[in-house]
Design a protein around this ligand. Structure first.
Ligand code: 5AD
Ligand code: FES
Length: 374
């Protein structure tokens, strides 16, 4: 059969073999990619609808106990000034998001596990939930936490701090479902001393679910040494773990990290691979929330809206105060470091409209998958 007919046949299915998935991930002919995009976009319209939801991303601290080799804010990056926003700054940033009709925010920081940190986050969650209640947000802002691996008891405390209402999520990427590749990305001394192994991540994902939060994971795309079969395994992993939401994005080198000499993919092919990964994940997992990562925008200015066109339904506009943005660069050339949060709000709205979606203002935007499994 000709390649075109194979593609048509595969896209008409609703179950996919590993060979199908690897084939779709590897598409690079523009017409083929467009057919994949169309299939994913249309499925998203049917299963999710036409709304894209904002999660205002608040990077409240770059203090981190770990040394992930790919990451620009790793502990051993000594040149980086470290900051922690005050509770008031955190709450005010979140309230800015609420007033600007963002239905939810995401609190993200480097990983810390000390009691002071746990209590700080607890207090922020409680105040954000309480102070963001309004006519438009009757139960306050939806909250996503992206704060690394914690004890089961910590997840429970944070979940309880959010009160009786739903709309609490935790995002913790597995980074890669391949344990060997995972090991290469994290220095051995961390794995030993801090139990930072692939297995402890799995346990953390279980603990998050048990704490009653919506579960998010994801990974990086185009890591040195990663194959299409690895990415196919990532999709199988997400399906097996029955997750509610996914954040996936291209791997981009960071001068502050420890992997520069390993290089990265050329940005054109990396962009297409990342978009294919979004589309295929949508086709296989169907009803999950899928974020168009900010890293897409680092590769190409229109990266995030292209992600939306390939089936993403979540974007995470930065709401961090401008003066700290430059110190939270997980990878080089992070976008919007010189913008104010109000700039991003309007900029993104236009970009989303340009690909035929609308912003779901004032909504939590929980994934249909979560609604279905609970
Ligand atoms: N390139 C792309 N994504 C990165 N992340 C960390 N460092 C990089 C990088 N160099 C991602 C990780 C992490 C998320 C917060 O940011 O996947 O989970
Ligand atoms: Fe920040 Fe466009 S999203 S300026």
């Amino acid at each position: 059969p000709s390649p075109a007919s194979r593609l048509e046949r595969v896209l008409r299915q609703d179950a996919f073999s590993d060979a199908d998935i690897v084939y779709l991930l590897g598409l690079d002919d523009p017409a083929d990619c467009e057919a994949l995009r169309r299939a994913s976009f249309d499925l998203t319209s049917r299963v999710i609808g036409d709304a894209v939801h904002y999660r205002g991303l608040l990077e409240f601290s770059n203090v981190c106990r770990l040394n992930c080799r790919y990451c620009g804010i790793r502990k051993d990056n000594r040149g980086l000034p470290r900051y922690v926003l005050s509770k008031r700054q955190v709450v005010e940033s979140a309230l800015w998001a609420a007033e600007n009709n963002y239905g939810s925010v995401c609190l993200q920081s480097g990983e810390r596990r000390d009691e002071k940190f746990i209590r700080f986050v607890e207090a922020c969650i409680r105040e954000i939930r309480r102070e963001s209640v309004s006519e438009t947000l009757p139960h306050g802002l939806g909250l996503t936490l992206s704060l690394g691996e914690q004890d089961a008891a910590t997840y429970r405390r944070w979940r309880e701090a959010a009160g009786e209402h739903d709309g609490v999520r935790y995002l913790m990427r597995i980074e890669t479902s391949n344990p060997e590749l995972f090991a290469r990305l994290h220095p051995a001394r961390d794995r030993k001393r801090m139990e930072k192994s692939w297995r402890s991540r799995l346990r953390a994902l279980d603990d998050i679910r048990a704490a009653g939060m919506q579960v998010g994971t994801g990974g990086m795309i185009g890591l040195p040494g990663q194959t299409l079969a690895d990415l196919c395994d990532d999709i199988r992993f997400y399906a097996r773990r029955d997750v509610d939401m996914l954040g996936m994005g291209p791997y981009i080198t960071s001068l502050g990290a420890d992997m520069v000499e390993d290089g990265m993919m050329d940005k054109g092919p990396l962009m297409q691979l990342s978009l294919n990964m979004l589309a295929v994940t949508r086709l296989v997992l169907r009803d999950v929330n899928l974020a168009a990562s900010t890293a897409l925008q680092t590769l190409f200015e229109d990266g995030r809206e292209r992600g939306v066109a390939y089936g993403a339904n979540i974007v995470m506009p930065n709401i961090s105060p401008r003066d700290v943005r430059k110190n939270y660069q997980l990878y080089d050339n992070k976008p919007c470091v010189d913008e104010e949060r109000a700039d991003c709000r309007g900029c993104l709205e236009g970009r989303i409209a340009a690909v035929g979606r609308r912003v779901g203002w004032n909504e939590w935007g929980c994934s249909p998958h979560y609604a279905r499994r609970t």
